[in-house]
Structure formats: structure tokens, C-alpha cells
Design a protein around this ligand. Structure first.
Ligand code: NAD
Ligand code: WQD
Length: 345
């Protein structure tokens, strides 16, 4: 067991829970803070079933400075933070911009503010390929221009990245690794944890798996008249466990003073662009389950095509996405079936 403790904000959420598993399996002590606004306590059971360790859990809001201070006082051994806690629904952010700016910005600022006085060395921040908007060329490197955000959610990611740079530039004795995720999909191979969307899913994979199991009548493919080989949009679908592993490496870099710069930014993707139609075909091939679907009009605001050049992460972090899309689709399906088995949906 390592002596370092990692604070994982949003650790009962989708990517956070998978990362807690990898951190614990790498020997880290973990404490989670989550307000359960988009997750639930049962996730802790799933983590415990996989790792044999129940992570410490504090139910509190990261925008509450007093609660955060108490947490740091209670756990003086925290040496690194992974900040997943954020509101993440693009559509909702357009309707409720203040909620998004307040939650996502205040959470980060509170953490950055408290880190130096509690001797916390570094923070990993969950950013997104959304900062690239519709890229001028694919695959996208970290040097690609940041485009004007098309939603308050996307804007929070851009502003949070800038806040980190400003705080570190001001001389704060901390390091940061900014990870720009492409499209995280799939679930832990144990099917003990996975994505638990609230209400009608807005994202492709949960809608697809809910359709395959009969909760939804059919999946709408938003547009097949894009300038892509089959007309549907192209994304870089990255397995959530592969993604989680990158966080352990990022934490280690900060704690072991291996960072080349005080703020480092990495794309986390596979480097493979897959169309929506290709993804449906992959799911059907991998699971032998049919997905009723129809082509409908484009969804407003969608990016036509975006996929990562992950070379920098491959070279510098020594990290590479390894899961096949078929295995990833099988994991998403196993998780959906587990939710049914448990009567959750
Ligand atoms: P998620 O909603 O499953 O997890 C976020 C967790 O944070 C939830 O458990 C929620 O209850 C908690 N939370 C939110 N606000 C909080 C607050 N103020 N205090 C305490 N807890 C709070 O989302 P996810 O998919 O796991 O995403 C994690 C991070 O990665 C987010 O920052 C998200 O913006 C970013 N991201 C996600 C994707 C994606 O497609 N899932 C892509 C790029 C970036
Ligand atoms: C993927 C593709 C849809 C649903 C969003 C955020 C982004 C990032 C990841 C956090 C698109 C198509 C979808 C459906 C469909 N999150 N689709 N039918 O839009 O790439 O990215 O999540 O940072 O910021 O914008 O992901 O899963 O919604 O869509 O045809 O029912 O699937 O049009 O081409 P997206 P998605």
C-alpha cells in the first residue's frame, strides 16, 4: 500500500468510479467526495466487490468551501486530487448556464485555493475534446486551436483550463495534468460499475444499450448526410477503463515530480475515428443483439467529425488505449443486462 491518499471528487460517477478502482488496484488510498447529484451510494458496493476495498466516502458538495476544508483537515495525507465533479449535460447547460458555471468553476477554484495550505501537490482535471469544437483537421493534436464554445458546459471546460494555467502561473506550488477525454464508453469488465444515466439518455451508447434491451423503441441516428464516408458523424470512442488507467499515471507523474511542465495537457483517445453507423454495427457484431434504429435529421450543435491524435499521451505518459471496440461494446451490454438483473432499469 502506498502512503499517498488521493482525493477523487465525483468519485461515485461514471469515470470517477472506474478510476477509483484503478487507483486502489495500484495501491493508493482513496477518499471520494460526491454530492450524489448524478450518482448513488451503491457504486461504493460495486467498487468494493471489484477491489475488496471500500473507499472512504464523504457526501458533500465541492462548492461548499467549509465542507472541503473539513475534509482536508480530516485527511491530512491527501497528496493529489482528481477532479471529476462537474455537471456535464450539454443541453441542460444551455437552459441553466448559471448552475453550470457555478458548479464547475467554483468546484475547481475551491480545490485550487485549498491545495497549497494542505500540502496537496497536484490536481488532475477532467477536460474534454469539446474544447476543439469542429476541428480544422483530424486527428486532433493538443496544439489544435481552441474554438469558441457552443454551450456553457463546453465553456466551463475552457475556462477551467485557463483558471488552472493562471493559478499555476501565479506561483502556486502545485502541478496539474489536464486530460481531454474524447468519447468515454463501456463499463468495467466485471459489470459491477458502469454508466448510470438519469432519465432519457442524451449520449449514444446508453441510448443504444437501452434500445437493445427494449427500454427504448428505436435509436435515432442523428443525420447521415455529413461529409463522412457513410454520412453519419465520426467520434473517438475510448474505453472507460483505459481512460481510468491514464489517471493513475497522471497522478504518479505529479506525485513523483516527473512533470515536464507545471501544467501538462493530454488528449485521451484511441486515435481511431468510428462513425455512428459503424458503432452500431460493432455493437451488433460483438453482442449478436440487434439495435432497432432509424435515420433522422441532424442534432443541432453536433460536431461532424472529431478523433484524437493520442501520440503525445502515448509517448510522454507511456499510456495507450488497448481495449478493442468489440470488447468495449460487450462491456456496455453486460452492464445494461446487470442493471436489468438488479431491477434498476
Ligand atoms: P458523472 O456525472 O457520472 O460524474 C460526476 C460526479 O460528480 C457525479 O457523481 C456527481 O454526483 C458529482 N458531482 C457533480 N457536482 C458535484 C459537486 N459540486 N460536488 C460533489 N460532487 C459533484 O460524469 P462523468 O461522465 O463521470 O464525467 C466526469 C468528468 O469528466 C466531468 O467533469 C465531465 O465533465 C468530464 N467529461 C466527461 C465526458 C463524458 O462523455 N462522460 C467527456 C469529457 C469530459
Ligand atoms: C455521439 C454521436 C450524435 C445519441 C458529448 C458532449 C461532449 C462530451 C461527450 C463531455 C453524435 C450521435 C447520439 C443518439 C445519435 N462530453 N447520436 N443518436 O455529442 O460526441 O459529445 O458527450 O465533455 O462534450 O457534447 O456524444 O454520445 O451525445 O453523441 O445518433 O441518440 O452519436 O449525433 O454524432 P457527443 P454523444
Amino acid at each position: 500500500m502506498k502512503t499517498d491518499r488521493i482525493l477523487v471528487t465525483g468519485g461515485t460517477g461514471y469515470i470517477g468510479s472506474h478510476t477509483v478502482v484503478e487507483l486502489q488496484q495500484a495501491g493508493y488510498n482513496v477518499v471520494i467526495i460526491d454530492n450524489l447529484s448524478n450518482s448513488n451510494r451503491d457504486v461504493l458496493d460495486g467498487i468494493e466487490r471489484i477491489t475488496g476495498i471500500r473507499p472512504d466516502f464523504i457526501e458533500a458538495d465541492c462548492t461548499d468551501m467549509n465542507a472541503l476544508s473539513d475534509l482536508f483537515n480530516q485527511y491530512p495525507d491527501i497528496s493529489g486530487i482528481i477532479n471529476f465533479a462537474a455537471s456535464k449535460a450539454v443541453g441542460e447547460s444551455i437552459e441553466k448556464p448559471i448552475l453550470y458555471y457555478r458548479n464547475n468553476l467554483n468546484t475547481l477554484m475551491n480545490l485550487l485555493d485549498l491545495m497549497p495550505q494542505h500540502g496537496v501537490k497536484g490536481i488532475v482535471f477532467s477536460s474534454s475534446c469539446t474544447v476543439y469544437g469542429e476541428p480544422d483537421e483530424n486527428p486532433v493534436t493538443e496544439a489544435a486551436p481552441i474554438k469558441v464554445a457552443t454551450s456553457p458546459y463546453g465553456n466551463t471546460k475552457q475556462i477551467c483550463e485557463e483558471i488552472i494555467h493562471d493559478v499555476v502561473r501565479s506561483g502556486a506550488p502545485i502541478k496539474s495534468v489536464i486530460l481531454r477525454y474524447f468519447n468515454p464508453v463501456g463499463a468495467h469488465p466485471s459489470a459491477e460499475i458502469g454508466e448510470l444515466p438519469n432519465g432519457v439518455p442524451q449520449n449514444l451508447i446508453p441510448y443504444l444499450t437501452q434500445t437493445a434491451i427494449g427500454i427504448r423503441k428505436e435509436l435515432s441516428v442523428f443525420g447521415d448526410d455529413y461529409d463522412t464516408p457513410d454520412g453519419s458523424c465520426i467520434r473517438d470512442f475510448i474505453n472507460v477503463v483505459d481512460l481510468a488507467k491514464a489517471h493513475v499515471i497522471a497522478v504518479e507523474r505529479m506525485l513523483q515530480d516527473k512533470c515536464i511542465e507545471n501544467v501538462e495537457t493530454f488528449n485521451l483517445g484511441t486515435g481511431i475515428g468510428l462513425s455512428v453507423k459503424e458503432l452500431i454495427a460493432a455493437f451488433e457484431r460483438a453482442t449478436s443483439v440487434k439495435v432497432p434504429h432509424k435515420i433522422v435529421g441532424r442534432r443541432a450543435g453536433d460536431i461532424e467529425k472529431v478523433w484524437a491524435n493520442p501520440q503525445y499521451a502515448n509517448d510522454v505518459l507511456g499510456w495507450k488505449a488497448t481495449a478493442s471496440i468489440d470488447d468495449t461494446m460487450r462491456s456496455a451490454w453486460a452492464w445494461q443486462c446487470k442493471l436489468r438483473e438488479r431491477g434498476i432499469m
